[in-house]
Design a protein around this ligand. Sequence first.
Ligand code: ADP
Ligand code: ZN
Ligand code: ZN
Length: 826
Amino acid sequence: MSNATPSKTINEVAYVEVAMPVPARMTFTYRLPAEFAGSAAIGCRVLAPFGKRMLTGYIVDVFGTRIPEGGPEPEKIREVAELLEEEPLITSEILELTRWAADYYASSWGEMIKAALPAGINSSVEKVVRLTENGRATGSDAKKPIRGIAKKILDLIAKKGPTEIRDLEKHFSSASVRRAITRLEAFGLVTVEAIKTEPIARPKLRKAVRLLSEDVPEDLTPQQKQVLDALRLAGGEMYFTDLLDAAKTGASPVQTLARRQVLKIYTCEQLRDPLHGDSWGIEPEVTLSVEQSAVFNRLSEAVAADSYQTFLLRGVTGSGKTEIYIRLMEKVLAAGRSSLLLIPEIALTPIFSRRLRGKFGSNVAILHSSLSTGERFDEWRRIRSGEAKIAIGTRSAIFAPLERPALIIVDEEHDASYRQSEAPHYNARDLAVVRARNADRIAVLGSATPSLESFHNARTGKYEYLELKSRIGGRPMAMAELIDMRSVFRRFGKDPVISPALASAIEETHRRGEQTIVLLNRRGYSSFVLCRTCGEMIKCTNCDITLTYHKSAQRLSCHYCGFYREVPANCPSCESEYIYFVGEGTERVEEMLAARFPKIRIARVDRDSVRRKGELDRILLAFGRREYDLLIGTQMLAKGHDFHSVTLVGVISVDTGLGLPDFRAAERTFQLLTQVAGRAGRGNLQGSVLIQTYYPEHYALKASVKQDYEQFYEREIRFRREMGYPPFTHLISVIASNKDVQVADKTARLFRQALERANTEKICRVLGPAPAALSRLKGAYRRQILIKSPNRRKLRTVIEEALEIAPTLGCERRFLEIEIDPIDLM
Ligand code: ADP
Ligand code: ZN
Ligand code: ZN
C-alpha cells in the first residue's frame, strides 16, 4: 500500500498491545507466536482470545521481548491466535484520531477503531460440532441414554454434517445446546472445534481471459475463431462471461484454446462501483461570482499555507457553496493531494454523486451508508491504496484513510446526522476539526444555518468567518408564508390537514407545469390510536411511545424498537369499539392528496417507502426527470436536493418538532424550515413556501420565514445563556437503563452519589436522576442524569473520577451510557 504506514516493527517482537472492540477503556497485552514476530506492526489486526471468545483486535503498540513496566505478569498473558495481515490496515493518522475520539467521548478505543473501518472485514471464529467415528456408527442408538434435545441435535448433525453452534442456537436455547453438547461429548459421539470463518467483505474475483500470442494455429474450429475474434476486438483481454456472450459460444472452445496455450484463463479482482459506471455528464464550467471568488481565493490561500485553520462558511441555500467545494477539491487534486467532503446522511443525492463521478472519475470514492458491504469495502480500499484522492461520504467517512488530506469540508455542518447516536458516540463535524488540527490542515464547515456552537465560535474568533450573502444570479429567495391553522380551524370547525391556501397553491403549481414538494415530519398513516371512550392510547409494549398506524401494512408499529401488532377491533383497556386514528402521517397525506388531485403524479419518500436499496435513488432521479409532479416525504427531502422546477414547498405541520422536550427544538425547527425553503425556486423560477402551524408567533418560525439567521441567533443565544445551555455550558448525559426498573433507579442513584463525591469543588451542576424523555425503550427503563459545567476540562475530570468511584459504591458500569455533548436529550 502506498500510504504512509506506521513503521514500528521490531524483529524480535514478542509482545503487542491490542485495542479490543469491547466496551472497556483499556488496551490489552498479548504474546506473539514466533511465526508472526517479524511481521507484526502497529495498525495490523489480530485474532486473539478474549474471555471465552475470539475477537479481532487492533495492534496499537509493539514491544520487544520485555513487557513494559506496569504491564501484566508474563504468565497471565495470552497468545495471539493469528495475525490477520502483514501490511498495516489502519494508518497512524486514523489510530491517532480514533484514540482522541475514544478519550474525548469516554468510550472504547477498540470500538472506535472498529467503527472507523468498513464493516464486514473481520474474521470470526465459530465453534463447529461434528460426529466422531463412534457417533457415525451408533447414530442415535437407543441403547445410549440420548434423549430430547441432545437426540435432536445428533440427528440434525447426522443429516446435515458439521454444524455451527450458532446455527444450533437458532433452533434451541443456548443453555440447552450447551448441556446437550456436553453430554454428547462425554459419550464420545461428537467433537467441537473452533474454525475461523472468512470475513463477509472480500475482494470480488472474476474469471478473465487474456490472449497469449498473435501466432494463431491454423486448425481452428469456427467457434474457436469466433472466440479469438471477439477477444482481439476487445483488446486481448476480457472477463470470461463477457467473452462467452460476445463470441456466442459455450465454455469449451475457450478451454481448449487455453490448453493449447493460445490464451490464458485467470482470476482477477473486479472492483464494485456503487454508481455502476453511471455519471451525469460534464457540466459547463461556470464563472464564479464576485462573492464566490472572494471565498474561493481565501480558502485556496489557506490550503496552500498548509497550517491548521477552521473556517465557517455561511451562505444561504443556492448561494453556490457546493460549487466552491468542488473547485477547491479540483485544485487540491491537481496538486496531487487529497481532500475529504462530509455530507449529511441522505443528502448525498444520486444526481450529486453522479455529477462528481463525471467530474473526478475514479479519483473520487464514495462512502455512504446505503452502499452494500462489498461496495463500501472496495471504495475504502481505493482510498487506502491512494487511487482515490477525493473521499465523499457520510458520518463515518471522517475516518477515511486518506493521508493527511489537504482539505476537510463538512457540508451542512449543523446536521444532526453527524452525531453517531449509538455507542461509540462521536460527532464527525467536531472530529473534522480535530483531524485538520492534528494534520495541520484546514477544515471548512459550511451551512445556510450554522449550529449555534459553530456560529458562536466564529463570533468569538475561534473560526474564521466567511459569508455568501446572495443567491447565484441574484435569484430571489423563495417567499415564505405562515398559514395560521387556528383560523382555518375556526372557519371549518375541524382540523383540515391541508389548508385551502396550500391546496390551491398545489393546483396552481401543477397547472403551470411546475413541481411541488410536501413535507411532513411523521411517517406512517396516523401517529397514534386513541380510544374515545376511555382515552387510552395504544402504546408499545417495550417503549413509552405510542404506536403508529401503517395502513399499507395493516398494523401498528413502534418507530423506536420495531415492535408491531395488529390493529385491535376494540380498545385493549375498556373493550369499547370507538377507537380512532389521530394525527396524519405521510402515508395518509399521500392518500388524501391522491384523492383530491387525481391528475397529479405523486411519489412518497420516507423510511417505509424507500426501504429497498436503490429505491430512494430511483424516486429522486425520476422526480428530477419530472416523471412525478409532487413529492411528499419526511425531512429526508429537506436536504441538498437541487430540483430546478420545484416552485412550491408546503409544510404540513412543524409543531411536532417544536413540542419536543429538548433545548435544541427551536434551533432544529428553524434549520429545517430554512433548508426546506431553500428547495423552492432553485432554477430561474420564483418559488414559494407555505408553512402550516398552530404557533405562528414562535420566534423560530418568524425568523425562518424571513430567512433571517442572525435574528434567530440573537434570540436563541440569549435563551441559551440565560438557561445555561451549550455553547455556554458543556453537557454530559448519563443514562442508567435496565429491564428491571429498580436496577435502573438504583444504578442512577448510586452514580449520582459517585458524582457528588467527585464533584467536591462544585464545579459542575448535577441534575437528576429523572426519567429520561423516552422513559422506556426496547424494554428497558431509562433514568437520566445531566451534568453541566462551563469548564469542559473540569467536567471531564469529574466524570472520569465518578466512573472510578462508581464500582466501589456497587454501581454497575455496564448499565450506564455516557454521552459527551449529547445532541438531543431523549
Ligand atoms: P449551495 O450549495 O450554496 O446550495 P450550489 O453550489 O448548489 O449552492 O449552487 C446553486 C445552483 O447554482 C447550482 O445549480 C449551481 O450549479 C449553480 N451555480 C453555482 N455557482 C454558479 C455560478 N458561479 N454561476 C452560475 N451558476 C452557478
Ligand atoms: Zn417500541
Ligand atoms: Zn378504551
